[in-house]
Design a protein around this ligand. Structure first.
Ligand code: SAM
Ligand code: SF4
Length: 357
């Protein structure tokens, strides 16, 4: 595998990238199996570290250091690697993320290229929806199938405080445009924090009125400022108590074992609210994700900085099977779990916006 380089250092703040780890004991199967028996079929592709917002639980106020353009995967490279993931590694679902995917002008080209390369595979995007109102139609036409919008509050002042930008009206316009473009059902993700707890019931009511499915996510230690503290974290139980004061909630569980959200029927249904209790009820044992960073490294777990570089291999002429082998080796090395609750836990070097959530 002469195409593989060692010791590349990427600039987003980020770990030295290694060559492929050993695959001792790995069964000779095409899929992305790990040594704990999990199979990754859900691919998250980060396409940029840039963002139009500065959510306090994710980005530093000044944003992440810009990555030189030549270090980012090009649209063609992304399409090629998505093709490798689907055709050689058994990936069945692809989600674009970042940073903010809408910051890339060639997002429509990336989506259209992937739609042609992997027909029939759901292509979705996680976005903050700033500016989406001008692009939702084109993205739907390019082949995007679904959108998750991150929205923590529908109170303008509170939104501006949490995201350090006064852009709520653009987000709401983006959500409406996505619905009009047929990108439905639209899911809303809200990070659970002490600051968002008071507005949680209002947000749920807004989602019920707007036909959006809401899911709350427990805040993880992935903020660039490293201010997360276990004792300040708002957990799923606290949220349920707050929502229970306004809504009747009935637990219905998970859609399938690898779905991170546990669902509750709201006021007898059919609407539900989900909670992704990543910290207090970790679902690492059923994790089926694999991640590609914007610089083209495979990341097997949000919390593991052990990354394997595909970009340099690709640029040095590796063929699809060589790329697939590197990806398989990276995933065989996946950790059992994030270990947030263990004594001595150390957060990863990359923050959420630099990984791709
Ligand atoms: N900019 C896009 C957005 O906000 O949807 C995509 C990237 S963002 C990093 C992806 C998801 O990660 C968002 O839903 C965001 O709320 C979530 N997120 C960011 N930081 C987080 C943290 N510290 N804990 C839990 N979720 C986080
Ligand atoms: Fe940007 Fe998304 Fe991070 Fe907010 S959560 S700062 S919108 S990347």
């Amino acid at each position: 595998m002469s195409a593989v380089r060692t010791g590349t250092v990427v600039d987003v703040g980020i770990p030295a990238v290694r060559t492929a780890p050993a695959t001792t004991g790995r069964p000779d199967v095409p899929e992305l199996v790990d040594s704990f028996g999990r199979i990754a079929r859900d691919l998250r592709v980060s396409i940029t570290e840039k963002c139009s917002l500065r959510c306090t639980y994710c980005m530093p106020a000044e944003g992440l250091p810009a990555v030189p353009a030549r270090q980012l995967l090009t649209a063609d490279e992304i399409v090629r690697l998505v093709g490798v993931a689907v055709h050689r590694l058994g990936v069945r679902e692809v989600r674009f993320t970042g940073g903010e995917p809408l910051m890339r002008r060639d997002l429509e080209t990336i989506v259209a290229g992937c739609a042609a390369a992997v027909p029939g595979i759901p292509l979705s995007m996680t976005t903050n929806a700033v500016g989406l109102e001008h692009r939702a139609d084109a993205l739907a036409r390019a082949g995007l199938t679904r959108i998750n919008v991150s929205l923590d509050t529908v109170d303008r002042a509170h939104f501006a405080e949490l995201t350090r930008r006064d852009r709520l009206s653009s987000v709401l316009a983006g959500i409406r445009a996505a619905q009009d473009a047929g990108l439905a059902p639209l899911k809303i993700n809200a990070v659970l924090m002490a600051e968002t707890l008071d507005g949680a019931a209002d947000l749920l009511q807004w989602c019920l009125d707007s036909g959006c499915a809401l899911r709350f996510i427990e805040q993880m230690p992935l903020d660039a400022d490293h201010e997360w503290a276990r004792e300040n974290m708002v957990d799923a139980q606290t949220l349920l108590a707050v929502l229970g004061e306004r809504f009747e909630l009935q637990e219905v569980g998970r859609e399938d074992p690898s779905a991170p959200a546990e669902e509750w029927l709201v006021n007898g249904g059919p609407a539900t609210v989900g909670i992704i209790a990543s910290v207090t009820r970790s679902f690492c044992g059923d994790c089926d994700r694999t991640r590609l960073t914007a610089e083209g490294t495979v990341r097997s777990c949000l919390f593991s900085d052990r990354e394997v570089d595909l970009r340099d291999a690709l640029r040095s002429g590796a063929d699809d099977e060589e790329l697939a082998q590197l990806w398989r080796a990276a995933m065989w090395d996946k950790w059992a779990g994030h270990g947030i609750n263990a004594a001595g836990f150390v957060p990863p070097q990359r923050s959420m916006g630099a990984i791709g959530g």
